[in-house]
Design a protein around this ligand. Structure first.
Ligand SMILES: *Cc1c(COP(=O)(O)O)cnc(C)c1O
Length: 425
């Protein structure tokens, strides 16, 4: 038995499914997970010493590559001064200033410890601010695992939502309405019939949790105008896209100003940080000023904030996002060309440092498009690439990530491996 397999077998004895987050179990692609021991720059090494080029980057946070010396140094320095106070620190002020400076719509911000906490808190705040219960989300978008967000569409777009996980009360799910992404007409119909009861609309402004999907301009501008018209709040869940598709996130890229924004992933540089922020008049409804309760023992943790602050500093280097975007596009263009040369139905696209790989003729625009791509082909491609030392996300429904540490030769090597894979699948 290999060491990876042995560790997985043992883990299954003590941890449900052997993993602490479901996608890690390789359930979607088959086979068993790799256990990692070390990362440096664009590379990872597993418990057996095998080397990989990493295109997951911890699902986004490692935008500078693994074990960046300046981030590691910041963490080491700050840890000497205590790991946690549970009281205010100057570094949290510095972090809040930085976020307000970088993210166009944020006037005030609160730090939490995960993306899930950020979206859960933003939804409560939207409900508290508007005095309304109903919320709207889109099929295939992921906003963490809070009860009111683990909901799928009912029998029609205008009917009550159904829990998408056991343990979510039907009574909770019924307040969540689920529409199709990029479907402006459905959105307009819903607001026409129930607009005055809707607290907020939450979406991923570039979707990275059903592969990668880009919003149409019409969809985004309608979302902004219709929520404003009916007094509902627009929440951009930029946990993945913030500091990733451009410095100021998707809102900067598309020039749309949401009322609230949620952040995570890159903001902690690999340690647990999340944040939610937006209009000051809304944020001031939070305790201790207002009636909406929200709290956290480790919120604004000094070590996590130090890693995040250093990461935010380094990604503001001149031309950082131009270079990251160009490098990511070099990968997606190269893979698309390699597939074309082998006559395989495949395409790829990027937004900033995020990318999608699709075994279909054209990129998807909605969840149903994603569902009709060839998942069998993706799974074969995934395993072939893994064998050659290329680590993509173990699911056809996940976006991929390039870091600033990915060199030209990393990208060229990856494309060469893909040429081999496309011939053999
Ligand atoms: C990852 C993610 C979350 C959840 O963040 P966690 O830190 O895993 O709780 C929420 N929304 C989006 C868009 C995400 O990509």
């Amino acid at each position: 038995m290999t060491k990876n397999l042995d560790l997985f077998k043992q883990s299954q004895e003590y941890i449900p499914g052997g993993v602490n987050s479901p996608v890690r179990a390789f359930g979607s692609v088959g086979g068993t997970p790799i256990f990692f021991k070390k990362g440096k720059g664009s590379k990872l090494w597993d418990e057996e010493g095998k080397e990989y080029i990493d295109y997951i980057n911890s699902w986004g946070p490692m935008i500078l590559g693994h074990a960046h010396p300046e981030v590691i140094h910041a963490v080491q320095e700050v840890s000497q001064e205590s790991l946690s106070f549970g009281a205010p620190t100057a570094r949290e002020l510095e972090m809040a200033r930085e976020i307000v400076k970088i993210i166009p719509s944020i006037e005030q911000v609160r730090l939490v410890s995960s993306g899930t906490e950020a979206t859960m808190s933003a939804i409560r705040l939207a409900r508290g601010f508007t005095g309304r219960d109903k919320i709207v989300k889109f099929e295939g978008c992921y906003h963490g695992h809070a009860d009111s967000l683990l909901v799928k569409a009912g029998s029609g777009a205008l009917t009550f939502g159904q829990p998408s996980s056991a343990g979510v009360p039907v009574d909770t799910a019924k307040h969540t309405l689920t529409l199709s992404y990029n479907n402006t007409k459905e959105l307009e119909e819903l607001f026409l019939s129930q607009g005055n009861e809707i607290a907020c609309v939450i979406l991923e402004p570039v979707v990275g949790n059903m592969n990668l999907i880009v919003p149409s301009e019409e969809f985004l501008t309608t979302l902004r105008s219709i929520t404003e018209k009916y007094g509902a709040l627009l929440i951009f869940d930029e946990v993945m896209t913030g500091f990733r598709v451009s410095l100021g996130g998707a809102q900067e890229l598309f020039g749309i100003i949401p009322d609230l924004t949620t952040l995570g992933k890159v903001i902690g540089g690999g340690l647990p940080v999340g944040a939610f922020g937006g209009r000051k008049d809304i944020m001031q409804k939070l305790a201790p000023l207002g009636p909406v309760y929200q709290a956290g023992t480790l919120s604004g943790n000094p070590v996590a904030v130090a890693a995040g602050l250093k990461t935010l500093e380094l990604i503001q280097a001149e031309h950082f996002f131009e270079k990251l975007t160009a490098q990511t596009k070099k990968l997606t263009d190269g893979l698309t060309q390699a597939a074309l040369d082998s006559g395989i139905d495949f395409c790829a696209r990027n937004v900033g440092g995020m990318f999608g790989l699709y075994f279909s003729k054209a990129p998807p625009n909605s969840f149903s498009d994603v569902m009709s791509s060839d998942r069998e082909m993706f799974n074969k491609f995934f395993h072939h690439m893994l064998g050659l030392g290329i680590y993509f996300g173990p699911s056809a429904f996940e976006a991929g990530f390039v870091s600033a540490a990915h060199s030209d030769s990393d990208i060229e090597f990856t494309i060469d491996c893909a040429k081999k894979a496309f011939k053999n699948i």
